[in-house]
Design a protein around this ligand. Structure first.
Ligand code: SIN
Length: 277
């Protein structure tokens, strides 16, 4: 697509593009939204640079809703009054930071989020980058024999081990709460592009169904390492009020917590997705 209302600068030939010319504190026209949506599908993760300031929660929710209904996080606390807004926050007293391990957001849900929109509104003096990896490329590079082996296999994605007690220091009491788990194809087909991607990750995927335990573990280890190959990646260094939007159906990401004891904070909304097929 030739873009008329936005400027699109790829970060690499494989994944990611910087977008200029969009002010997310203002309503986005239909024409501009169509171009942003196209860039999102083309580049898998898009970075809106040069934002004028923080989006209000209403503005971020409204932008997310252009892509579809918003998803509510099953574990994390939300911004008061805004159930779809998840505050990403790490500081000197934090025991953990969000997304420190490679993952696709909330893949433990039966219908995991299509995409995630994050604006970082408080930055450490340095560090706090986020890595993104292209899961179409990871699939394409598998050998024909491995593709045939994985074809039709499904994997279990769980969250009990990951979410239980995770947000206790942010006031979440999860006693009696049941965290989601789901079974998804190891190779999924993107509902909009029709392309195949690798859909297992070390945060939520616990085993491949119908394989012996040790074989499942060995295959998953291979796939995790393969998915994390630097060739498939881009690394985003945030500037204040930058906004990233990534496609959870064909990427994984990992946030680098190298800035402790400094603080980093932002608001995140996720858009509901389909059941992976
Ligand atoms: C996440 O949503 O996984 C966190 C990403 C980030 O903080 O950069």
């Amino acid at each position: 697509m030739a873009y008329r209302t936005i400027e699109v600068k790829p970060c690499s030939p494989v994944i990611g593009a910087e977008i200029r010319g969009v002010d997310l504190t203002q309503p986005v026209s239909d024409e501009q939204f169509a171009e942003v949506h196209d860039a999102f599908l083309q580049h898998l993760v898009i970075f809106f640079r040069d934002q004028k300031g923080p989006m209000t929660p209403e503005q971020q929710v409204a932008f997310g809703q252009r892509f579809g209904e918003l998803h509510i996080h099953p574990a994390a606390p939300h911004l008061e009054g805004y159930p779809p807004v998840f505050v990403i926050h790490a500081h000197k007293d934090s025991k953990l930071a969000n997304g420190e391990q490679w993952h696709s957001d909330v893949s433990c849900d039966a219908e995991p989020p299509l995409g995630t929109i994050l604006q970082i509104q408080l930055l450490p003096p340095s560090g706090g980058d986020t890595l993104f990896s292209n899961m179409y490329a990871a699939y394409d590079d598998l050998s024909p024999r491995m593709k045939a082996y994985l074809d039709g296999l499904c994997a279990v994605h769980e969250s009990e081990h990951f979410y239980r007690g995770r947000y206790a220091d942010r006031g979440v009491n999860d006693a009696g709460k049941k965290y989601p788990s789901a079974v998804h194809p190891v190779i999924r087909t993107h509902p909009e592009t029709g392309k195949k991607s690798l859909f297992v990750n070390r945060t939520f995927t616990t085993r491949i169904e119908s394989l012996p335990e040790d074989e499942s573990r060995a295959v998953l280890q291979f796939l995790y390492q393969h998915a994390e190959t630097p060739w498939y990646q881009t690394r985003f260094s945030w500037r204040l009020n930058d906004v990233a939007m990534w496609d959870n159906r064909c990427t994984q990401h990992m946030a680098i917590w190298d800035y402790w004891p400094n603080e980093r904070k932002g608001n995140r909304v996720t858009v509901k997705g389909d059941r992976p097929v």
